[in-house]
Design a binder for this molecule. Structure first.
Ligand code: HEC
Length: 143
């Protein structure tokens, strides 16, 4: 089984525990973790609506990811201070995910499921790349 499919299934399994999600207000005030738990709700939703080719919902969820709330100013300041020059790399990773979500909105509007799938893979790779490089480090900084 290709790795991408495996990841898809793994991510989809989270949906059961996270149906309610986290409101944008609470994430806007709170930490990076809240923002990311929001992503954790959107991502499995995306797998479900992709597999049923529900383009209206794909567009909606992808837009959620595009507009995901930012961590609070305090959290961002703390991160920037501790990360120094690594911050650019961190932001570039975020840019990969963001760019894929923007492209997905457009491809959903064009009802192009193949392109949507490619965007999804880019997005998930972006999630995992950033985690591989920064998750432990940032977790340590913010704790
Ligand atoms: C720019 C870097 C970056 C990108 C891109 C990124 N993450 Fe994360 N993610 C983090 C960091 C840093 C943490 C740890 C945060 C903490 O411990 O406070 C994290 C933690 C998480 C967690 C664990 C949350 C918890 O409660 O422990 C999940 C789930 C998650 N991310 C999902 C995603 C998904 C889904 C995507 C893509 C749609 C994504 N992330 C993209 C940096 C990123």
């Amino acid at each position: 089984m290709p790795t991408s499919i495996l990841i898809l299934i793994t991510v989809a399994n989270f949906s059961i525990a996270n149906e309610k999600g986290i409101s944008k207000e609470s994430a806007a005030k709170g930490s990076l973790k809240l923002v990311i738990q929001g992503l954790l709700v959107d991502t499995p939703q995306l797998t479900a609506v992709m597999l049923t080719e529900d383009f209206v919902k794909i567009e909606k969820v992808a837009k959620n990811i595009v507009d995901h709330p930012k961590p609070s100013m305090a959290t961002r300041m703390k991160l920037m201070k501790a990360m120094g020059s690594d911050m650019a790399k961190f932001k570039a990773n975020d840019g990969v995910v963001h760019g894929a979500a923007v492209a997905m909105v457009e491809n959903a509007q064009n009802k192009d499921i193949k392109a949507v799938g490619a965007n999804f893979q880019t997005m998930i790779s972006g999630c995992l790349a950033c985690h591989g490089e920064f998750k432990a480090k940032v977790s340590d900084i913010l704790k």
